[in-house]
Structure formats: C-alpha cells, structure tokens
Design a protein around this ligand. Structure first.
Ligand code: 5CA
Ligand code: ZN
Length: 413
C-alpha cells in the first residue's frame, strides 16, 4: 500500500543516547539493541472510522522511538499493517449499507493525511491484510502441515491454531489462563465456538460465509484471521527477533501473544520480537476512547476546526506514553500555549546556550520516552529566552532543530 510523505529529519549536534524501553514480556526497562538497521512493527488501524486521539497517541509514541534511533545513526525499517478486512470493518459497512472496500480505502486515506499532518514518520512498508493474503495463505498451510493448526470439526471448515503448540505461549502477556480466557472473549475471540479443540485457540483462516468477502486458494475459499495477519506481515519483512513490536495496551492479549506464537511455531525460534512495547489507553471522561463506545475525538475533526496539528502533538506528548490518560480540552489549550511560547522563544535573535537543554531532551526521551520531562526541559529554556537571558545567537536554531528532529514538532511557521 502507499505510505505517506515524510518530513525531512534534521541532524542534531551533540551526543545521541541509546534508548531504553519498557518491555511488556520481561517487565523490564531495557535498552533496545538494534544493529545497523533498527526494525519495528507497529499494529496499524482497522479502517472503519477516522483516526481518533487514542490512535494518534499510540503512533506518536512509536514515532519517537523511530526518531531516537535515527538520531543514534541507525537506519530504521518500520513496518505497519492495515487490517483492511476483518469483522468490525464488515459490521460497520453492513450497518451503514456501505461497500467495505470503499469504507476501508476512505478511512485509510484519511489516516494517512492525519499522520502526515501530525508529522509522524511513515513506515517503509505499509501493508494491507488483503494484499498480504497470498503470504498468509502460505503460512497457514504450513502450520496445518506441521500439525499445529487444524480444521474445526463442526460447522464451517475454519482453520484454528493450537494455542499449546509452543512452550513459549504466554510469554508476551504473562497472563494466567482465566484472564486469557476473559480477554480472548472480550477482544474478538470465539471461545464458545463448537468444533474447536480448546476455547483459547484463535482462528487462522475463516472459511467463506454467505455475503462475506473471500479469497480462493489452497486453504479453500475464506479470509485470514487477525493475529496471523500481523505475524506474517512482520515476519516476512523483518524476520524473527526484530527490535520492537508495538501497539496499544489493548493488543497485549490476545493479539500480540498470538502474533508471536504463530511465528514462533512456524520457525521454531524465540522470540518473535526483542521488545514488546505498549502505549496506554487514551480516554474521554474516564472511558477508553473506542470506536465501539463512540466517545471519539477525531484528529481530522480538530484539523477541520483549524487546530494546529503541532498543538495536538504537544498535547498528547504531555502525558507519558504508558499511562492511561484522559483527553481534555484543557490539554489542547496547554499544548497550543506551549507551542506559541516555543515559537516565540526560538524566533528571538539569541537565547541562553542550548547544549545542556538538548542533552536533557535526549536523556529524558531515551529514558522510556519520558516526554513530560523532555517538554519541561524545553519549557525551561524558552522561559529563560523569553526573559531576555542569554546571548547565544545559535541557541534558538539549535532548539528548533532538536525539537524538530527528536519531538517531531515544527516550530518554524
Ligand atoms: N488493526 C488492529 C491492530 S492490527 C487495531 O487494533 N486497530 S485499531 O484501529 O483498533 O487500533 C489501532 C491502534 O491504536 C492499535 O495499536 C491500538 O492499540 C491503538 N488504540 C486503539 N484505541 C486506543 C486508545 N483509546 N488509546 C490509545 N491507543 C489506542
Ligand atoms: Zn496487529
């Protein structure tokens, strides 16, 4: 699929820092250890509605990882999917008497625009589930041949994955079985489907149902399951043991557990990813922002109201990426005020020396993306500059460059 346009990322003088991130699987804050090319897979949208601020916050967090790796001199191979065929998309299309494919194309196009406006660096590979069907078919056929997948023996001949196929199952989420069962039922699983060997087994290939889109091939007419989609798209582009698998915390179980399990069963290797990194949930009035709840604030709506995307970016970065937090109008006002101050301060002919501020910015971001402290470091410099302290004529440009490259905020208007 077509990705979106990149904004150039300037080089920042000074010494970059290796980034440490909290890994859900080992529950440790550990440095990422990429080779020359850092590799990251972040779960993309299911395009049945516009990008809301929860999605935006999640993609911003991983954009910072991307930027910190670039700063450290790595090339970055970033892959993202689009779940452009799945139950929620088909249900929404049905509800609205819309064509599911047109709906997916429209919402994906809007997502690209939103990402570009927010200055999120694009993935190198942006891959739809539909275009990956030949790859997915091949993998599911191999899992069947290896005996770790089976056909349901009641009802439609859907293909299921045997969750107990590897000893590593459970190592991403660390959840116990009752919790897994509850989350599986809540998040798209079908524990009570007759004909499965175990309630936790997830679907790999859903046989064609009347009125549903389907593709023919060696598995018989049908469409792919959700977890295997991400498993295959990541594996075929990044290989096993890539640096970061990312997404919101609502994906830890079952999605990331099974994406990893499928790839590990297929290859006999562990781990699928070296870090599993999860962003907290953005809510509105104490409830998770979600398409199914309908309590959404859309990025495109704010843009339509002429809100500066840089103010949205600053508002979302004001909270720590791992914290569940609420979106409020006050947050946006604070983001806009901060943006105005930073712009005014960096438009001055001189300011206090900025090397220390840039070093602090790097240190805080490298410390599990501590954006609240990173923003405070820039605030402190801006306050001094606005008070007329400091005579360094290079400082405003240095701050502007660092804020652009590391935080993705454009200060030049
Ligand atoms: N297509 C799948 C992933 S393969 C999916 O979860 N799509 S989504 O459109 O529902 O979500 C896209 C991304 O936004 C996921 O990483 C999800 O974890 C994240 N996300 C969804 N809701 C929120 C929220 N309220 N706050 C933060 N992140 C969220
Ligand atoms: Zn995914």
């Amino acid at each position: 699929m077509q990705s979106w346009q990149s904004h150039p990322v300037p080089r920042v003088p000074g010494i970059p820092m290796p980034v440490r991130l909290f890994d859900t699987a080992t529950r440790e804050l550990r440095p990422t250890t990429p080779g020359h090319t850092a590799t990251m897979y972040v779960c993309g949208i299911t395009p049945y509605d516009a990008t809301h601020l929860g999605h935006a916050a999640t993609y911003l967090a991983f954009d910072l990882v991307h930027r910190l790796w670039l700063d450290a001199g790595h090339a970055v191979h970033y892959v993202q999917n689009v779940t452009d065929v799945d139950d929620p998309l088909l249900e929404r299309a049905e509800r609205d008497s819309a064509d599911w494919m047109v709906l997916a194309m429209r919402e994906t196009a809007l997502f690209r625009e939103d990402m570009e406006a927010l200055r999120v660096l694009p993935p190198r590979d942006y891959v739809g589930a539909v275009e990956a069907i030949p790859e997915i078919t091949e993998v599911v056929a191999k899992l069947l041949a290896d005996g770790v997948a089976y056909r349901a023996d009641e009802g439609f001949p859907d293909v299921y994955y045997d969750h107990s196929a590897t000893a590593w199952f459970g190592s991403v989420s660390n959840e116990d079985e009752p919790t897994m069962r509850a989350l599986f039922a809540e998040r798209g699983g079908d524990p009570d489907r007759p004909g499965k060997r175990h309630p936790l087994d997830p679907v790999l290939w859903r046989a064609a149902r009347p009125g549903e889109p389907c593709w023919d091939g060696e598995l018989g007419s049908g469409r792919p399951g959700w977890h295997v989609e991400c498993s295959v798209i990541a594996l075929n582009r990044l290989g096993m043991g890539f640096d970061v698998q990312g997404g919101g915390s609502d994906l830890i179980f079952p999605h990331h557990e099974f994406s990893a399990a499928h790839a590990e069963a297929l290859t006999g290797q562990h781990p699928f990813a070296r870090h599993y990194v999860h962003a907290g949930m953005i809510g509105l009035d104490g409830e998770k922002m979600s398409k199914s709840r309908g309590n959404l604030v859309f990025v495109s709506r704010l843009r339509g109201d002429r809100v500066d995307p840089m103010a949205i970016r600053l508002a979302l970065l004001d909270g720590h990426y791992r914290a569940d937090r609420d979106w409020t109008p006050a947050l946006l006002e604070a983001g806009a005020a901060r943006l105005a101050t930073w712009r005014a301060a960096t438009a001055l002919p001189a300011g206090p020396s900025a090397e220390d501020t840039v070093a602090r910015l790097r240190t805080h971001l490298a410390d599990d993306l501590d954006t609240p402290r990173a923003l405070l470091a820039v605030d402190a410099w801006a306050a001094e500059a606005m008070a007329g302290r400091g005579r360094d004529p290079d400082a405003p440009t240095l701050i502007r460059t660092a804020v652009d490259a590391l935080l993705g905020i454009a200060l030049a208007e």
